[in-house]
Design a protein around this ligand. Structure first.
Ligand SMILES: NC(=O)c1ccc[n+]([C@@H]2O[C@H](COP(=O)([O-])OP(=O)(O)OC[C@H]3O[C@@H](n4cnc5c(N)ncnc54)[C@H](O)[C@@H]3O)[C@@H](O)[C@H]2O)c1
Length: 307
């Protein structure tokens, strides 16, 4: 089986690549290394340093008979999606469509897409949000994730490939890039280890559904191996405040400073909590790592790798 993973040098993509290789798949990675790292690349994978917007993308499909595509490559910064909207649309819409068109043209059997529950549902009206929750994105990033979901279902009808959508909650864990604006856990861990001050925007009581990367990979592999199709939230179904995350990590990493509270940033969600009942019914998957274990493992990894 030849599996193409875009964004395979990034946080979530690289963990999935490792697991697919353990499962004996031939993995081909496309990544432009804009936020991904060479050190995340699995040496058993074939690597193309390439942009998903490239006209040369077709050569990857011509060189390898691709059976499955996991699409993770993206501009992931919600604030940048507002300040650099043309770049956002270029990568997250045009780049994704370029990939999907090639997948259809070269007879790919199945596609999997990294979407975002938090960004697509917007400020929720029901807690936890199921996959049927109204979609009211509050950023171009959310609109573009929803757009690509629609493209995939349209192309599924037109060209007959299978499609599954992963609507992640807030994924955290080893390899999450602390330089990006996306991951509060990695940003906190990195700054705590350097004994730098930490800003919290708002009162810190905003909540997120933090799901650990190892659980996320297990979930994606269940969907892939069981050939389950549809839209699935991948989440814990539990919420934690930013303050709680701060205090558990501070405890694990022996960080003595207090956070600095700044004005809340406009557009930031107050609560985000997603149900994973649909995925559990379809595949039996459930998250198994509690938050302290996940944060401890993440802290340990940052100690080794990000000093
Ligand atoms: N981390 C989360 O909590 C979360 C939540 C919801 C959705 N997602 C989605 O999951 C996917 C992976 O996110 P991540 O957290 O691993 O981010 P990441 O930044 O670590 O990974 C994205 C990868 O895509 C690559 N990339 C970016 N633009 C590219 C382009 N034009 N061409 C080729 N490669 C390009 C980057 O170099 C990077 O390796 C993204 O699509 C993201 O939107 C992540």
């Amino acid at each position: 089986m030849n599996v193409l993973v875009t964004g395979g040098a990034g946080f979530i993509g690289s963990h999935l690549v490792d697991r697919l290789i353990e499962l004996g798949k031939n993995v081909i990675i496309i990544d432009n290394l804009s936020s991904g790292l060479k050190t995340n690349l699995n040496s058993s994978a074939i690597f193309y340093k390439m942009d998903i917007r490239s006209l040369n993308l077709k050569k990857v499909f011509q060189n390898h008979e691709i059976d499955s595509v996991f699409h993770f490559a993206a501009q992931i910064d919600i604030r940048k999606s507002l300040s650099e909207i043309e770049y956002e649309i270029d990568v997250n819409v045009k780049g994704s469509v370029n990939l999907i068109v090639n997948a259809a043209k070269y007879g790919v059997a199945e596609t999997y897409f990294a979407s975002s529950g938090g960004a697509i549902y917007g400020e929720q009206i029901e807690y936890p949000a199921t996959e049927d929750h109204p979609t009211e994105p509050e950023s171009p990033y959310g609109i573009d994730k929803l757009t690509i979901e629609k493209y995939l279902f349209c192309f599924k009808k037109l060209y007959g490939f299978n499609t599954s959508i992963f609507r992640f909650s807030n994924v955290y864990g080893p390899r999450q890039n602390p330089q990006s604006e996306a991951g509060v856990v990695s940003i906190f861990a990195n700054r705590m280890l350097k004994d730098k001050k930490i800003n919290i925007y708002g009162d810190g009581n905003q909540t997120r559904d933090f799901v650990y990367i190892r659980d996320v990979v297990d979930a994606m592999v269940e969907v892939y191996e069981q050939k389950t199709q549809g839209i699935f939230n991948i989440s814990t179904g539990k919420e934690a405040t930013v303050n709680e995350i701060f205090h558990i990590l501070a405890d694990e990493l022996k960080y003595g400073r207090e956070p600095i509270y700044l004005e809340a940033r406009p557009g930031e969600l107050l609560r985000s909590l997603l149900s994973h009942d649909k995925l559990k019914s379809a595949t039996g998957w459930e998250p198994t790592r509690d938050m302290r274990t996940g944060l401890r493992e993440t802290g340990e990894w940052f100690k080794e790798n990000f000093k």
